[in-house]
Design a binder for this molecule. Sequence first.
Ligand code: ASP
Ligand code: MG
Length: 472
Amino acid sequence: MKQLVVMKFGGTSVGSAERIKDVAAIVHEASEKYRVAVVVSAMSGVTDMLVRAAESAESKNKAAYQRAIEEIRSKHHEAIEALGLSLDESQALISTIEQQLVDLSDWLEGVYMLRELTPKARDLITSFGERLSIHLVAAALKNTNTFSKAVSAASCIVTDESFGDAQPNLAASKTHSEAILRPLIEEGIVPVITGFLGATPKGIISTLGRGGSDYSATIVGYCLDADEVWIWTDVTGVMTADPRIIPGARTIDALSYDEAAELSYFGAKVLHPLTMVPAALKHIPIVIKNTMDSAAPGTRITKKVAIDPRGVKAITSMKGLSLITVQGRVMTGVPGFAARVFGALAAAKISVMFISQASSQYNISLVVRHADGSRANQALRETFQHELTVHNIEMVKLQEELAIIAVVGEGMHGHPGVADNTFSSLGAGDINIIAIAQGSSERNISLVIHETDVPKAVQHIHDVFKLERSTV
Ligand code: ASP
Ligand code: MG
């Protein structure tokens, strides 16, 4: 039997008629060799437009959300016209899109009337991008004589009710996918499935979080026991560093699931951080491929990879962060202190990206997104109001305009030179390190530095480990 491959195409890959035709050609060619299921994102920019439309409706700006609907309509109409379909097919496609847009404008009107945008309504509204794009891709595929069918993941991915970043129930999703997707695939029909969304057990649409279509692809891969999941994008794969910062950055040919997860968590934009989870459960390889260079091998992500003798595989950076330091003697050996710190932040729904505590327990530092910085600061000041008054805590301090640099590689484990080389390269570049953390997995060293030092820091570390070379 032919191997089963799930192929995911992101927003830029389906961003125009030209790009959609390229996608159709890639899928058509693959479908001769493999059984294929396709997962797609919304056309580029559409999810953002939907978010803005929903927010405009909530703030009673009818003209703004109506303009957004118009923009979305013309983007899809323009693409349909340029897809080169027959008149009948074009008209059928336009009427499908129109029905969806009527539905969308009803929901926006509902938000407008109530003046309330619940997480549920936000998910429903933002899901329209994918619910539109699947029809264009399915039509383009038919045009290459590939049987295809647009499928909403609401019928096959079952999630919990945490709207905005819903998590899949893999067992239930598998049952639904077997029932809905398997028969299509076995009949030689390529399902074109919405990325990003699913539905709760009650059938209410939920989303997996921004950038979640990658995650959708591996969920579908898991549910169908796929042989591989290919993530098609507009870069050649995961790179040793951001090529906009480091001209000599190189595509990495192989990564482990854990390495890929660390890199995406700390700012590599190629993959949603949870993408690796369903794939790792069934050891399904993920391959990152470039639609503009489809013959290139890309990056292959699997359970085990050969250890790079340099110890380090890649460096990522993430800007726009704030560091909060809580400092004082009350912390010394007091059980439950950290629980209070994190409890205060959890209650304020602030997620912490980095934690560091010196062994003296004299201070604890944590990094949050800039947007959460002052709220986090406030929440901690309130929690420790008493201790601050009696000076058992000296200070709660907020520092802004910071960045995290993550140095990642499976080979760091038991490789003593890595930390040394990292720090001395930064020292040589006169770059001040504000805080350091290393997970006990020894797969990642994370450093907090000033935002303005990022290019220089990444360049120095990239150089010291000779990452521009494919082998050493
Ligand atoms: N369309 C969604 C977003 O823009 C999901 C995705 O593209 O992965 O976040
Ligand atoms: Mg993406």
